[in-house]
Design a protein around this ligand. Sequence first.
Ligand code: PRX
Length: 657
Amino acid sequence: MVDTIDNLMHESRRFPPDEAFSANAVATPALYEAASEDRLAFWAEQSKSLLHWSKPFTRTLDWTNPPFAKWFDDGELNVAYNCLDRHVLAGNGDRVALYWEGEPGDSRAVTYAELTAEVKKAANLLTALGVREGDRVAIYLPMIPEAIVAMLAVARIGAVHSVVFGGFSAESLRARIDDAQAKLVITADGGWRKGKVAPLKPAVDEALAIDHGDGPAKSVEHVLVVKRGENPVDWTPGRDLWWHDEIAQVSDEHMAKPFAAEHPLFILYTSGTTGKPKGILHTTGGYLTQAAYTHKNVFDLHPESDVYWSTADIGWITGHSYVVYGPLANGATEVIYEGTPETPEPGRWWDIIEKYKVTLFYAAPTAIRGFMKQGRQIPQSRDLSSLRLLGSVGEPINPEAWVWYREIIGDNKTPVVDTWWQTETGAIMVSALPGITTLKPGSAQVPLPGISVDVVTDAGESVGPDEGGLLVITEPWPSMARGIWGDPDRFIATYWEMFKDRGYYFAGDGARKDKDGEIWLLGRVDDVMNVSGHRLSTAEIESALVSHPLTAEAAVVGASDDTTGQAVVAFVIVKDSQRENATSPDEVALELRNHVAQQIGPIARPRQVFVVNELPKTRSGKIMRRLLRDVAEGREVGDTTTLADTAVMQVIAKAVN
Ligand code: PRX
């Protein structure tokens, strides 16, 4: 962290907007003026101009019961209608909505007219299966067009989707199904990843059968299965249904009924500081407004000519806001890709950009750092000249990666927008606006027009220039989370208690303001790690580790990593009773790494597991993770005076080296 701050503060490269780009840019300085003049009028105007309201709203914000906001709450709209039908009705039915690229090389182009017809059929199918307004539907699918069809069909009938990333384990899937009491699961037999089929339906079967004492899953009535991987699957007659069989039997006529602006749209689970993931709840009108507004202005979208590609999976918030809702609400043409960037060989992403002439590209710093390692020859052997804007999301982007991205991928000419936001914020909050902002590599820079953020001390006082503190959001915003599913108290405690008197939202990120008042993100200040742009909780991984019979105690830290930003490093104590079963430390480590992957999902697999005899604890028994992080990052161990046993760290450091 110290190194990071130091590097950032010496970063002085600046990239002013290109004149030709500015001349044609979607965003204009007038946005900042309008928003600062009257923030609520600004959002009302954005919402009216970007969306089709079946019943126009007259109230913009109701903040009488903070932190539970209501935006545009007397208006009504249908999200799927906004993302589909209205584009067809406006004469753009033949425009390609999705260029889908399968990992093995198969592909499909789906127009707005076709996507609308598919979603209408799927909406009829969901209704036929008994899914009603407000019911929850779990979606566990690979990146195939049906994933988007499923999400929009759920939204169309006013049900609530909970997309679970396909890389999550059966255990994680089950926990999410139970928490939301999902009635239906939509999955696939399997999807292509790294050159082979990764099975999904077997994980659903396993998830539903898990019995932790209160029996198998009770809420799920049906499992709807898309055929993609052609891998063999078990079948539970009556419960399991093939998507293609069912969809063939329903009509493609479907009237989209409008719902109230605050009708729930989706739940998305994300890791917090405790072991249990939080179901972040988003609603309809405000969410769609900000998703569309940010997608249009931050990515400079010209829907009639651009080809946009966000590499995010629909299992994450970026996949919700910038693969599904933002782009489709704006009538964009976009690419979706099923597989990994290295399949069949490095350079696959660049092939896709060349093939579809992608103009706007949005990816994570981890991927960019990975490509830097592979060398510039790989992208330089492709034609990437169609690109005119690059975006970054998910974690701080170090200036070197930023500059490489612009130079090698963006041919030294494209703007790079570093976008800060979270599952909870629903949409981008802090970012440069292309064509307006002079870009600073490594900084997310400025709040978007309509958004108010600050960097403050623990006491909530605004920090001065060149000072660090905590990032807060000082005014409500349209796409803000409306709560944690089933746990309003946790919503208040996690985000709003810290600066209760001021009514600020506490993001959990450390940040610094520079001399110009612009913002540099410095990473999480809580026990949340950011591995390859994915949020993981130390507590969740620790509880997975102690669920293994070998483990007595475990402590997990996020250690900085050149490629993934942070990596999971675990320290475990083996139970005395298990010492004879614990062969070598290497074997224990391997066993436990695999156990975590199996419990949570491969993204949570620790990079390293160190077997130790003790953990550094304060006299009150709190584990001092800071010291473990020093060891994990190969640094001199910091101040140990508050440890109950000051010698512990020497023993640990020796065990590790
Ligand atoms: O720590 C911040 C980091 O990712 C966290 C949010 O994670 P998640 O809800 O999974 O959403 C990721 C995609 C929006 C934040 O608290 N983060 C996200 N974007 C950036 C970032 N850190 C620095 N710079 C960013 N651009």
